[in-house]
Design a protein around this ligand. Structure first.
Ligand SMILES: [Zn+2]
Length: 161
């Protein structure tokens, strides 16, 4: 199975920058990176002194009772986004993560929630969850902070088969 890894869509970020606020009304505010902040626009860690912003983000793009929103770091100015969409983001491989799966109706697939430690094979675990017939997509989150990392879907549309 080929997995598609999706960061925050560039268009949504661009609209927020133009508005000067995130989708929840928080001001788009410049912040100087200390160098540890995980950036969800391009799925890498910030370098020290980079211009970033802390925003509230929800990976859902339409109303859903399952919708979760929370704080994520992004670049203050537009960046290139995450282009290696067929590769597990390297900066997230050695992290404590939760694989938070959803079914084809958009509801959480509780039976397949998976907790990963630093040493686990994240990609294999993600493939395993995405290959479950009832799983349509997975939100990968931080286990420590709970915040959203990225969206994972099956590239060949084989999820559910
Ligand atoms: Zn970025």
């Amino acid at each position: 199975m080929e997995i598609q890894y999706t960061a925050i869509p560039v268009e949504r970020l661009e609209a927020m920058r133009e508005e000067g606020k995130d989708e929840f009304g928080n001001k788009w505010q410049l912040r100087v990176a200390e160098g540890w902040e995980p950036l969800r626009c391009c799925l890498r860690k910030a370098s020290q002194d980079e211009d970033i912003a802390l925003i509230c983000y929800s990976p859902w793009d339409s109303a859903s009772p399952w919708m979760e929103a929370g704080p994520v770091f992004v670049h203050y100015e537009a960046c290139a986004g995450y282009s290696a969409t067929d590769q597990y983001p390297a900066s997230h491989l050695r992290s404590k993560a939760i694989l938070n799966p959803f079914d084809h109706t958009g509801a959480r697939a509780y039976d397949h929630i998976t907790f990963l430690g630093n040493e686990d094979d994240h990609e294999a675990a993600l493939k395993d969850v995405l290959s479950q017939p009832e799983v349509a997509f997975v939100h990968v989150r931080s286990q420590e902070a709970g915040c959203f990392h990225f969206l994972a879907t099956s590239r060949d549309g084989s999820a559910g088969r």
